[in-house]
Design a protein around this ligand. Structure first.
Ligand SMILES: [Zn+2]
Length: 231
């Protein structure tokens, strides 16, 4: 009772703000306000086989399913959310979106067969600098509502350099296994792995991660990201 009273009192002085629109949150709302929760642009790609993201991977890597929670646009609330998560230390944003998306993915028969969730890793030096990997928080939220394990160290990033974007297909292929490393292949054997990332743009990072996982025998890979800027 006293605790509740104090929480109400504190929120009068320091109102909690919606990480998406920046307006004050009402009692019972967490991280994202009810309005934003309903009006952020969801893709619903998890319910659509052969969607635009999956087509994006065709001919590059054999992905079972690929989907994103939201459409990404410059200057949008979705960009604001991701900015808060990546650069403003708002780790709770990642967990909140993860929970929302995990609930959505539970409605897909394909995503229900996932065995383990694996985040696209940051290089150690980058994670040290930021203090966390934003994708880990997204995984944590999804793991909770999907009731599945997630594995922080299944994949390791060996090179600090970002991008494969401007590489040719052959160079990208050459890069496989040199950028991402599977720490314990036996732990993934025979599993349906759900790779998670924040924003999918060119898809080359996810492609490299998927190739590394698919090199382990009898694995399948699906993809889930917070937002997509594909197309
Ligand atoms: Zn809002």
């Amino acid at each position: 009772m006293l605790k509740e009273y104090l929480a109400d009192f504190t929120s009068l002085i320091y109102p909690q703000l919606c990480a998406s629109c920046g307006l004050g949150l009402y009692k019972g709302e967490e991280v994202i306000c009810t309005f934003c929760h309903h009006y952020l642009p969801k893709t619903y790609y998890h319910l659509e086989r052969n969607n635009a993201i999956e087509k994006h991977f065709w001919g590059r890597v054999n992905i079972e399913r690929a989907a994103s929670c939201y459409f990404f646009q410059r200057g949008s609330r979705v960009q604001h959310l991701i900015h808060q998560l990546k650069y403003k230390g708002k780790t709770e944003v990642g967990v909140a979106i993860g929970k929302i998306y995990g609930n959505d993915l539970n409605h897909s028969v394909d995503y229900c067969t996932v065995d383990v969730i694996v985040p696209v890793p940051l290089h150690k030096s980058k994670e040290m600098k930021r203090g966390y990997n934003q994708v880990d928080l997204f995984c944590e939220g999804m793991a909770e509502t999907m009731n599945k394990p997630w594995s922080k160290h299944a994949l390791e990033r060996l090179k600090a350099t970002e991008t494969q974007t401007h590489k040719t297909r052959f160079e990208r292929w050459e890069n496989v296994g040199t950028v991402f490393h599977i720490t314990n292949p036996d732990s993934l054997k025979g599993k349906h792995v759900m790779l998670a990332d924040d924003v999918i743009t060119t898809g080359s990072t996810l492609e490299a991660c998927a190739q590394a996982i698919l090199a382990v025998s009898d694995t399948r890979v699906s993809v889930a990201t917070i937002a997509c800027a594909v197309m």
